[in-house]
Design a protein around this ligand. Structure first.
Ligand code: NAP
Length: 247
């Protein structure tokens, strides 16, 4: 038994990459997890089966969280399955990298909608339950790009920086409740997306990281568990897990 046993979490985009690691880490602590997916039904069902085989509880819920009604559905399905909601991890994200000159309005809007507007949607739908929880937690997976900027990433950087401003403001508003609101800002993490970068370019990136390696998905997931478990007095913060690349 861990102190998180029986708590209930939603992890948006919880079946792949960093989200899958967060799902697994929370489930290993006895947390019941609603694994949200948009298009990756198979990987969502696979991770749910894996958790159940290991004695845990999980459900897969399809929802495009950039739409308010679907985010609401995600929260309702979670409550119907598990009866409560304690933890919301806003992890779903996409990139549509283009230099600003070539960035069309569609790629601007899509990235803002999926990365930032989704946070408004899920938080609005979940807030009432999180405030009622014994220790509600909202964790927004932002990015080093929202802090330092990124070439060809005005849309993504704006969304990720927006998540940080949202986090701080909501943390202030909720400080009188039992809900904490924090952001995690990962650096370069060894996911499919990063490993798809040509080897030479990757080597150049690694050379600039003080710790001289990419981060692992588990290192982000353990940051989430830390904030959930030991974070009662931590709110409005950015937890930088980036090997020292941005300080
Ligand atoms: P990933 O492997 O591409 O996974 C993205 C996840 O987001 C997928 O599970 C995807 O689900 C979900 N998603 C996308 N659009 C969605 C939508 N409209 N509604 C619901 N879910 C949606 O990416 P990742 O590298 O693990 O990144 C996870 C988060 O960490 C993102 O927010 C990303 O910006 C952030 N981040 C990543 C890095 C890195 O180095 N990888 C660094 C800093 C920050 P489906 O497949 O079902 O669509």
């Amino acid at each position: 038994m861990t102190e998180l046993q029986g708590k209930v979490a939603i992890v948006t985009g919880g079946s792949k990459g960093i989200g899958a690691a967060i799902t697994r880490e929370l489930a290993s602590q006895g947390v019941k997890v609603a694994v949200n997916y948009n298009s990756s039904k198979e990987s969502a069902e696979a991770i749910v089966n894996e958790i159940r085989e290991n004695g845990g509880s999980a459900i897969a819920v399809q929802a495009d969280v950039s739409y308010a009604d679907q985010a609401k559905h995600l929260v309702e399905e979670t409550k119907a399955a598990f009866g409560q909601l304690d933890i919301l991890v806003n992890n779903a994200g996409i990139t549509r990298d283009r230099s600003f000159k070539k960035l069309g309005e569609e790629d601007w809007k899509k990235v803002i909608d999926v990365n930032l507007h989704s946070v408004y949607n899920t938080t609005s739908a979940a807030l009432g339950d999180l405030v009622e929880a014994e220790a509600g937690r909202i964790i927004n997976i932002s990015s080093i790009i929202g802090q330092a900027g990124g070439f060809g990433q005005t849309n993504y950087a704006a969304a990720k920086a927006g998540m940080v401003g949202f986090t701080k403001s909501l943390a202030l508003e909720l400080a009188k409740t039992n809900v904490t609101v924090n952001a995690i800002c990962p650096g370069f993490i060894e996911t499919e997306m990063v490993m798809a970068i040509p080897e030479e370019v990757r080597a150049n990136i690694v050379a600039k990281i003080p710790k001289r390696r990419f981060g692992q998905v588990n290192e982000i997931a353990r940051g989430v568990v830390y904030l959930v478990k030991d974070g009662a007095y931590i709110t409005g913060q950015q937890l930088n897990i980036n090997g020292g690349l941005y300080m």
